[in-house]
Design a protein around this ligand. Structure first.
Ligand code: FES
Ligand code: MG
Length: 603
């Protein structure tokens, strides 16, 4: 009977479109034993051989939610609706777990696992009979890991965000997840709140299922997945608990089956044009400083040229339209009610600020089309008009100089205090000079910040080094530092910070971040000493260490004689492998050895 089925299957496969990767998979023409082996375990939970051979697309549901990844945990529910959508559209759904990446609790840092999750997802998509995949995303690194894998594999793929949490409140005040932590940390350091009050304040920011309800890295990356065309229009901003979240999950399931039938692949969607759109959108929403790292990584894996100068050229100079924390005051419920991303795109379109309105999305239609259909509702307190924005000239500056080759600064979060203290008081309104206080990692910062011997005053530039991809495997989100308690008590909040690590997307600090090469890779941050002076010129996009060439040379020689910048030993095998393979933050922190594998499904 099995033989009969197999020969029937063979006939079906040869007469119908055996274009499907899965059909070819289950139909080893010259080796029926292998065909039997490949199908038997899919049958043992109730799938029939006829289903597998009936030219129904087999669609993976890449499940990133679990008890270990609470931000994405609600996907245990959304996946059921995705599955129903896939089946209703004539597909077969196969759900499988991805490596969890919980931003807020993974030690030493969740970013260490972005490339691990990417690698394992590529292996799964490559090694099993998928015709397409629904990527369940949410928490910061789950989204770029999924997009990177979709890029490398290049089978039809669509993202479904888990959605942000509901608003948090303290009394009538909105409390945003992540963002409140930075405020609470300052109040705690100044002695204004005790340990219990700190926990209470911070946990009020996380009142429901979902990812961060601020415009942190999670909201940013999911908005950018939608802007790239890799998620259904209007899907990214829907709060996790809203009914629309399960409805869009169902539609995502039906859409992926259509995409498989149309053979619409990531390389058709994630083009140079799509990335240019995403950069402009990132400025308009006040997106995270992690966005350039992740989007540049995705671009590398799909083979699109993209670098930090593109972010400065295309993204800086656009206005900030979205009034959501940390750059603004509201949270993602208001963002969704104001129209979500389609309303932002509609506003950009109306002012001819979206570079490529016709860039193809997962629906097969251009990005502009998505905005017109969905972008009708407005709340002008939350999504501001293009000509009366929250801020003009928002976006990132790409800085260079003799301290590093490359670093970025988010201008939409420059506060009035910062502007007044560091930028406006001088002859040149966009440049300032100051002496530095240098910390070797967060442990050193915590140990020494309050020590009066550091001599930190209200105009000191705080430097954090040894926290890049090599120094602190994965690159820690620790560059946004606060002033010592004695200064906080005097009301000093804005401190310029520079570092070779990252900062949380929920932070409103205008730090100079992601400096490459990092100290551990031999960058000049490694030779910086307390009391050195820096000149930061935002117009010229430079950060200069004010030392003559002779002194620079002397310090570099002595660094080399002492065996280079010291970093802690790797604690796990993965940390060790990561350090051997990884490239700098300026290049997306990808593994160059992985980038050469492209479009695997077509090979
Ligand atoms: Fe998961 Fe912010 S910690 S989204
Ligand atoms: Mg983060």
């Amino acid at each position: 009977e099995l033989e009969e089925k197999i020969s029937k299957g063979n006939n079906q496969a040869s007469t119908s479109a055996s274009k499907l990767r899965s059909t070819r998979w289950f139909n080893e023409r010259n080796n029926q034993a292998m065909s039997a082996l490949y199908v038997d375990r899919y049958l043992n939970y109730g799938l029939t051989y006829e289903e597998l051979m009936s030219d129904k697309p087999i669609v993976g549901i890449a499940q990133s939610g679990s008890d270990l990844a609470p931000c994405n945990r609600y996907h245990l529910e959304t996946a059921k609706r995705v599955r129903e959508g896939i089946v209703a559209a004539g597909g077969i759904a196969i759900e499988f777990p991805t490596h969890p990446i919980q931003e807020s609790s993974r030690r030493p840092t969740a970013t260490l696992d972005r490339n691990l999750s990417y690698l394992t997802l590529v292996e799964m998509l490559h090694a099993y009979p998928f015709d397409g995949v629904v990527l369940l995303t949410g928490c910061d690194k789950t989204t770029p890991a999924a997009l990177m894998a979709a890029a490398t594999m290049n089978i039809p793929a669509i993202c479904l965000n888990v959605g942000p949490m509901l608003n948090g409140y303290m009394g009538k005040n909105l409390i945003g997840s992540g963002t409140i932590l930075w405020k609470a940390r300052e109040l705690h350091a100044a002695g204004d709140i005790d340990d219990g009050q700190m926990i209470d304040m911070v946990t009020r920011g996380t009142p429901s299922a979902g990812h961060c309800n601020t415009m942190g890295t999670a909201s940013t990356m999911n908005a950018l997945a939608e802007a790239l065309g890799m998620a259904l229009p209007g899907s990214a901003a829907i709060p996790a608990p809203y009914r629309e979240r399960l409805q869009i999950a169902y539609k995502t399931g039906t859409q992926i089956v259509e995409m498989v039938r149309a053979d619409r692949k990531p390389s058709d969607i994630m083009t140079r044009e799509a990335f240019e759109n995403a950069i402009v959108v990132n400025t308009a929403i006040g997106g995270s400083t992690n966005a350039p790292i992740h989007l540049n990584a995705v671009a590398k894996h799909i083979g699109v040229r993209l670098d930090l100068n593109d972010w400065d050229n295309l993204g800086y100079g656009q206005p900030l339209l979205l009034n959501v924390q940390p750059a603004g005051e509201y949270l993602c419920e208001e963002y969704y009610r104001a129209g979500g991303l389609p309303a932002i795109i509609a506003e950009l379109l109306a002012h001819k600020a979206l570079p490529h309105p016709n860039a193809i999305t997962c629906t097969g239609q251009g990005l502009a089309h998505c905005a017109k259909e969905e972008g009708q509702s407005w709340d002008r307190r939350v999504i501001l008009p293009y000509d009366k924005p929250m801020k003009t000239n928002a976006g990132f500056l790409h800085l260079t100089g003799n301290l590093f080759d490359s670093a970025i600064m988010k201008t939409s979060v420059i506060s009035e205090e910062f502007q007044h203290k560091f930028l406006s008081n001088q002859q040149d309104p966009n440049a300032f000079e100051g002496k530095v206080c240098v910390f070797d990692g967060p442990e050193d910062y915590n140990a020494r910040l309050e020590d009066p011997a550091t001599g930190i005053d209200g105009r000191t530039i705080l430097v954090m080094r040894g926290v890049g991809p090599l120094g602190y495997p994965g690159a820690a989100e620790v560059v946004n530092m606060h002033a010592p308690a004695r200064l906080l008590k005097q009301g000093v909040q804005a401190m310029p910070c520079i570092g070779d690590g990252r900062q949380s997307g929920t932070s409103g600090s205008p730090s100079i971040l992601n400096a490459s090469p990092e100290a551990a890779a031999g960058g000049n941050l490694a030779i910086l000493k307390d009391g050195d002076r820096l000149r930061i010129d935002l117009n010229k996009r430079t950060v200069m260490l004010l030392l003559d060439d002779q002194e620079l040379q002397k310090r570099r020689e002595s660094l080399e004689q002492n065996g280079g910048f010291k970093v802690p030993e790797s604690q796990t095998p993965w940390q060790d492998i990561f350090r051997r393979e990884v490239g700098p933050l300026s290049e997306g922190m990808v593994f160059p050895s992985a980038v050469k594998f492209q479009r695997l499904a077509q090979k």
